[in-house]
Design a protein around this ligand. Structure first.
Ligand code: FPP
Ligand code: MG
Length: 322
């Protein structure tokens, strides 16, 4: 992955500079909160995928960097809102914005980043790009609401879970790839191949996130481990573990999700239960299959450094620990 980041170093640095211009506002709190989250060590997966997709499709112009900064802005807006919804106090190893500035300021700065993104896309002037991003953000909000409706529901199915993560996470990653493809000269089949690649990578990304929630290292992951179940989120590792659980184990999970907070013993038990019942292995297996599917879609393109780099990013998504 380090080689891919090196290959795209100049453009990624330009994306970072673009953030500063995008944050320009007469209201200082916007810059303060915006800089705080944007410099907190995000992986920049979405801008990277947009830039690589554009290059893979032969684009060498100056629209890719601003659009790559926009997709990260939208992602950042959703994280600000998400941390308020989840009442999270840690993000990327530092205090979440809502912990530092409160819910009101955090939601409103998220609104600014979101609105500014659309304003910048209007400036770019390509309706196909606007359509891709508008559809993605609509689906994203739907995904979050679907997840909310399934909170604490131990009967949630694998299909329902996949519907949630496809919408809340994968559609934006797919849109990043699609927008990159739209900048270049790709026929419909190739645009669809890159969008499909992004969808598979996005699903794998969230599956791995949901595994790291149980088996990740708090320092590396930058988020509290075991938080999903505490928030009432029934993710694939839990769904799978419940499928193999005894009645006593299922009853204990049912009692736990109704609790406001877990004790250290609860956390240790949940982690041990989910791992022992094969939940983490099953979710990682599913993520690996998705990554293979994503890489197979790249066969629509001739071999070149960008295609290879997209393969490396897909592999990184399942190998990552943060
Ligand atoms: C992280 O999931 C959350 C998302 C990927 C999407 C959040 C989207 C919204 C709050 C709604 C839409 C907002 C806008 C501005 C359109 P997670 O909570 O499982 O992951 P985490 O552990 O990183 O918090
Ligand atoms: Mg969250």
């Amino acid at each position: 992955m380090a080689a891919v980041v090196r290959m795209m170093e100049a453009e990624l640095a330009a994306v970072e500079r673009q953030f500063e211009r995008n944050l320009d506002s007469r209201v200082p709190l916007i810059q303060t909160v915006g800089r705080y989250v944007l410099t907190s060590g995000g992986k920049r997966i979405r801008p990277l995928l947009l830039l690589l997709s554009a290059r893979l499709c032969g684009y060498r112009g100056d629209r890719a960097v601003p659009l790559a900064s926009i997709v990260e802005f939208i992602h950042t807006a959703t994280l600000l809102h998400d941390d308020v919804v989840d009442d999270a106090d840690l993000r990327r190893g530092q205090k979440s914005a809502n912990t530092v500035w409160g819910n009101e300021a955090t939601v409103l700065v998220g609104d600014f980043l979101f609105s500014k993104s659309f304003s910048l896309m209007v400036g770019d002037g390509d309706l196909r790009v606007l359509r891709a991003m508008a559809d993605a953000t609509t689906a994203l909000a739907e995904g979050e609401i679907l997840e909310l409706l399934k909170t604490c529901d131990l009967d949630v199915t694998v299909e329902e879970y996949l519907d949630v993560i496809r919408n809340k996470t994968a559609v934006l990653i797919a849109a990043a790839c699609e927008v990159g493809a739209l900048l270049g000269v790709a026929d419909e089949g190739r645009v669809a191949a890159l969008k499909g690649y992004g969808m598979d990578v996005g699903i794998a990304f969230q599956l791995v996130d949901d595994c790291l929630d149980f088996v990740g290292d708090r320092e590396r992951f930058g988020k509290p481990v075991g938080a999903d179940l505490e928030e009432g989120k029934i993710t694939l590792p839990v769904i799978h573990a419940l499928g193999a659980a005894t009645d006593e184990e299922r009853d204990r999970v049912a009692r736990l999700v109704e609790q406001d907070a877990f004790s250290d013993d609860d956390r240790a038990w949940v982690r041990e239960f989910v791992v022992r019942r094969g939940g983490v292995d099953a979710a990682l297996g599913m993520a690996r299959d998705r990554v293979e599917q994503a890489k197979a879609r790249l066969a629509a393109f001739p071999a070149c450094p960008e295609r290879e780099a997209l393969g490396v990013v897909a592999d990184y998504v399942v190998a990552r620990d943060r």
